[in-house]
Each structure stands twice: as C-alpha cells, then as structure tokens.
Design a protein around this ligand. Sequence first.
Ligand SMILES: [Zn+2]
Length: 74
Amino acid sequence: MKTTYGICTRKKRFASRAAAEAVAERADVPLRAYKCELCHQYHLTGRTKGMKLPAFEVDRRRALKARRRSRTAP
Ligand SMILES: [Zn+2]
C-alpha cells in the first residue's frame, strides 16, 4: 500500500505487525495492519474492503453470525 507522508505522521505507529493487530483485535471496527514504506513501522487502516481478512476478524464475523442465528431460533 502506498502511504503518503501526511498519513504516516498522523497515524499511530506500531513496532511490529503483532502489536498493530493486537490493537486491531480490540477495536470495534474492522482494522487491518500494514507496513508503512516511510517509517518502516506498522499502521492500522479501516479500509479492509477487497483485502484478505485477518484470522481473528474472520472468527469474529463467524461468531456474530452464529449469535444472530441462535437468537432467532426457538
Ligand atoms: Zn509510517
């Protein structure tokens, strides 16, 4: 992903992908960690459309769907 300088300086930085994804996992919105070409650290982006979802996000969506189904079941 191409990162502009403005985005890099405004965004929170993470030293590792694991650190960024740990934060993404706790967030209320789907976030994705990516490596920045400018600072060589990691940022989070909310633009997950068309991207491969991280495993925890796939699990979360599956759990949400299962919960919805059990609520409507008798
Ligand atoms: Zn950066």
